[in-house]
Design a protein around this ligand. Sequence first.
Ligand SMILES: [Zn+2]
Length: 300
Amino acid sequence: MASWKTYLEENQDGFLKQLLEFLSIPSISGLKEHKEDVKKAADWVAARLQTGGLENVRILPTGGHPVVYGDWLHAPDKPTILIYGHFDTQPVDPLELWSQPPFEPAVAEERVYARGASDDKGNMLAPILALEALLNSQEKLPVNVKCFFEGQEEIGSPQLPEFISANRELLACDLILSADGGQWDEDQPALTLALRGLCALQVDVQAARGDTHSGTFGGTIMNPIHALVRPWIRCIPHRARLRLKAFMMMCVCFRISNGLRSPKFLTMNPTTRPSWVSMNFSVNPDIQLMNGPGHGPRLK
Ligand SMILES: [Zn+2]
C-alpha cells in the first residue's frame, strides 16, 4: 500500500482539477442571488468528504446557508479533532480589477487565481485530502476527526451560534483546527495558535439636543466623538496609546514649528507634564524633535 505522501504526489493533478472545480462555484454568501450556489458548494463539499472516506456525511440546515458535517470516529481513547473551514466567498467587486473572471480559476506560475482560492476553498480542501491520503494509505486515522464546514463565514456566521448550541453533542471535540488561515511560505507548514475572536457591538452616545458654540462650550461639553473615543482608547493596548501620545506630540511640534506657541501646551496641567518630560520631549523649539535619521526636516 502506498504511503500517504506517495498517494498525495500521485494524485496531484486530480486534486488540482478538483480545486479548480470547487473554485468555479460562485458561492458568495452575502448576495441573495447566489444562495443556490452556496448550496451547490455545500453539495460539492459533502460529496468530496464522502469520496475522501469520511462517514456520516450530511448537509444540515441552519436557517441561513447550510453547513456540512462528516466524521471518522474509530480511534477509541484518542482525542477528537474538529476541522473547521468555510466554502462561501466574498463578493467580487470591483470586477474591473480582476485580470480574469473571479470564478474562472486561472493557474499561473504554479499559483491558482480565483475568488476564494486562499480564503477558504484551497485551505479547507487541504485537510480533506490529508484525511483521504491517510485513510487510503493506512486505512485509519491516528485520532478521531469531525469535519465541520460552513457557508456563511464571510457574512459573520449569523446562524452559527444557534446551530452550535443546538448541536453540542454532534460537534463535541477536544480541539478545533481551523483550516481558515495562512501559511508564511509554501515550504514552511504552519500551525497558528491562540487566534483571537471577533466581537461586534453598537455603542450609542446621546449628546446635546442641538449644536453648541465651540468658543463658549468647547472643552466643557463633550463632543460625541470624544465620548466615543475615550472608552475606546482604554481598550487599545499600551503601544497604540503611545502612538496617540506621539501624535499629540507631533501636533505640538507643528504648532511650535509654525511659530504658534500653544497656550494650552504652555499651561499644561501638572499631571500631564511629567508624562511629556518622560518622553524626552523639549519645549525648546530649536531642538530637533522626533528627528531620527530620515525623519522629516529639522524643526525651527
Ligand atoms: Zn476565511
